[in-house]
Design a protein around this ligand. Structure first.
Ligand code: CMP
Length: 463
């Protein structure tokens, strides 16, 4: 306020003094001197006026409408324009009485064109800077990408925008370039998403890879804790599955460091979990080697050993079952067996859980039984030749050992007890299925067991 009232009141008082002197003592000052005195006084008045206009426009109207400070650049611009107008007016009205109207217009037009051409670039930058100040597409501390360069915004002046890159160099862009180029703005303190790609071998299940990477990403500094990282399959590439690692960060300038940290953590996690980092591999088979018994195969033996119905089998027979079984892996929620399909193999669960399901009255699938590692399924259709009795669906990631009809045939030929044990299980399970419809008396159950045994013997051509 003081900055407005002071020049205004001084110039008004001086103008009044000047007017009084001019009327009371008209000859005291010469004509020319009094003109210049008046010009100086009017100049003082215009300072007050320019400040008042700027105050009303920016500190009252702009602030009320936009709820923020008006850009300094805009204030300067307005002051320059107003001062120029006042200067021309004072010159025209007070000092230049004999100047010709058309001449002045022509001269000023020529001067403007010359200035305009000379300052074309500067003016372009100036107006671009002005629009950046008014629109504020980014702020100090935000990260922006202009072309291929990413940096943190350090300063925006009326002519240039300065960013600092991660190499600690500053790059100064003319504002006209900033206004012309497409801009990518990563706001400071905003949850900016980043996608990083990480490969993993085809033989390792996504269920294993995804939580490993996800948990390690969440623990890395500068990864925003507000959003949990997401890991998903991005591509099935030539030598590996490519996972997309989505994480969020509030300061985009940290992205290269975070990415590097993730890659480093992944290397260690893979190492600890016996997962090799995939790279293009060419297999050259030079000689047939004795197959090594892996840790997993030893485990398969154990699982077969734990299956009760295989108790009558000799150690060698169990070994044959473990080695000849087809090892398969299923995702959670996958259908292993579909009711009504023909079936010529049975499955032993090596890892995970499955559910045996039948359609309920409402048509929705209902669980009949839940099976865990060491349990088996699929024996009913295999041994009786009937279609599959129920759906079998995985409840988690599941690994199975599939025993084909040919292998079982050999075992049945040599072990009468195996057929009996199997027919007992089948009868019990059949009971479970029948319970769905009605309860079955003991006698009926025994005769059913016998019938099933005869059916197995007939189907497999046993005596
Ligand atoms: P299969 O009929 O070949 O295919 C579906 C399988 O679900 C069936 O063999 C059995 O192994 C299994 N199954 C059916 N009913 C039961 C039950 N009551 N309890 C456990 N498993 C069952």
């Amino acid at each position: 306020m003081k900055r407005i009232v002071l020049p205004l009141s001084i110039s008004v008082v001086l103008l009044l003094v000047y007017a009084a002197l001019r009327t009371l003592l008209p000859t005291m000052l010469g004509e020319t001197v009094s003109k210049y005195v008046l010009a100086v006084l009017l100049l003082g008045l215009s300072v007050g006026l320019v400040r008042s206009i700027s105050f009303v426009l920016f500190d009252v109207i702009f602030q009320r409408r936009k709820k923020r400070e008006a850009p300094a650049l805009l204030r300067v611009l307005l002051s320059v324009v107003l001062y120029s107008i006042f200067l021309i007016l004072i010159y025209k009205l007070v000092l230049d009485e004999q100047g010709g109207g058309l001449g002045v217009i022509a001269t000023s037009t020529v001067v403007s064109v010359i200035i305009g051409l000379a300052l074309q670039d500067t003016l372009g930058n100036f107006f671009a800077g002005l629009s950046i100040h008014i629109e504020q597409p980014f702020h100090i501390l935000d990260a922006i990408r202009i072309g291929n360069v990413i940096g943190r915004v350090e300063a925006v002046t009326w002519r240039t925008t300065t960013i600092r890159t991660n190499d600690n160099t500053t790059i100064i862009f003319p504002n006209s370039t900033v206004a012309r180029e497409p801009l990518e703005v990563y706001r400071f303190n905003n949850l900016n998403r980043r996608i990083l790609h990480a490969p993993a071998p085809y033989r390792i299940a996504p269920q294993r890879v995804i939580p490993l990477i996800r948990d390690t990403v969440a623990s890395i500094p500068n990864v925003a804790s507000e959003r949990s990282p997401v890991v998903r399959i991005g591509d099935f590439a030539d030598s590996s599955i490519i996972y997309e690692v989505l994480y969020w960060t509030k300061d985009y300038m940290w992205v290269p460091d975070i990415d590097a940290q993730i890659r480093q953590h992944v290397w260690y996690i893979y190492r600890r979990s016996d997962i090799e980092i995939p790279f293009p591999i060419r297999h050259v088979l030079i000689e047939q080697q004795e197959p090594l018994v892996s840790r997993e195969e030893a485990d398969y033996d154990q699982v077969i050993d734990s299956v009760e119905i295989f108790a009558p089998l000799s150690a060698e027979e169990k070994d044959i079952v473990a080695r000849s079984a087809i090892k398969s892996i299923y995702a959670p929620g996958e259908l292993i067996i579909r009711r009504g399909d023909p079936g010529d193999s049975m499955f032993v669960i090596y890892r995970g859980n499955v559910e045996v399901q039948l359609p309920g009255r409402d048509g929705n699938m209902q669980p009949v039984a839940k099976l865990k590692p060491g349990n088996f399924f699929g024996e009913m259709a295999l041994l009786t030749g009937e279609p599959r009795n129920a759906d079998v669906v995985t409840s988690s990631e599941v690994e199975t050992l599939e025993i084909r009809k040919g292998v079982l045939q050999q075992l049945l030929d040599n072990n009468a007890e195996l057929a009996e044990a199997l027919s007992q299980t089948i009868a019990e399970r059949q009971l479970g299925l029948d319970e769905y419809a009605r309860a079955m008396p003991e006698e009926e159950r025994r005769s059913k067991e016998k019938k099933i045994l005869r059916r197995i013997q007939k189907f497999f051509g046993l005596k």
